[in-house]
Design a protein around this ligand. Structure first.
Ligand code: FES
Length: 161
């Protein structure tokens, strides 16, 4: 199976060759394949399972267990809203609602132009900053609706009419 990768990125086969002799390599392989291709396709998960002597179900269950992995193409900017208890009591519902409305999608969705993916996560370990959200690995705390609007503007999302 040939899966091409963009530009100078390693091919899937090169990634698999690098890890095939290592025990417990599944997570690092999934991370590297996702970093290269943006998500974990069914085809890639099948190839990973074959290389690591795991069933497709084992690979899939790990890939879907961890929030860091995507089994569908995800947006350039991944926005995660914390739904843990501390954030919930401090209004994470309103933060999520504004994001869903402004981006025109539900949590778990990706905009058709592949610019944004919106997700919810359990506690991210920054409860003192509740309510929190994460955009492409950067954590934002003490979120308010105004702050969300400003962040979206910075990301190029047009202001509401
Ligand atoms: S509950 Fe949101 S950071 Fe802990």
């Amino acid at each position: 199976m040939a899966v091409s990768s963009p530009h100078d990125q390693p091919t899937l086969q090169e990634i698999l060759d690098k890890y095939s002799q290592e025990e417990g390599a599944l997570i690092p392989v999934l991370q590297e394949v996702q970093a290269t291709y943006g998500y974990l396709s069914k085809e890639a998960m099948r190839a990973i399972g074959k290389a690591l002597h795991l069933s497709p179900a084992q690979v899939y269950s790990v890939a879907t267990f961890y929030a860091q992995f995507h089994t569908r193409p995800s947006g350039k900017h991944i926005i995660r809203v914390c739904r843990g208890t501390a954030c919930h009591v401090r209004g994470s519902d309103q933060i999520l609602a504004v994001l869903e409305k402004r981006l025109g999608l539900q949590a778990g969705g990706t905009t058709p132009d592949l610019q944004f993916t919106l997700e919810t996560v359990a506690c991210i370990g920054a409860c003192g900053l509740a309510p929190t959200m994460v955009i492409s690995e950067e954590t934002y705390g003490h979120m308010t609706i105004d702050k969300v609007q400003r962040l979206l503007k910075d990301l190029g999302v047009q202001a509401e009419e």
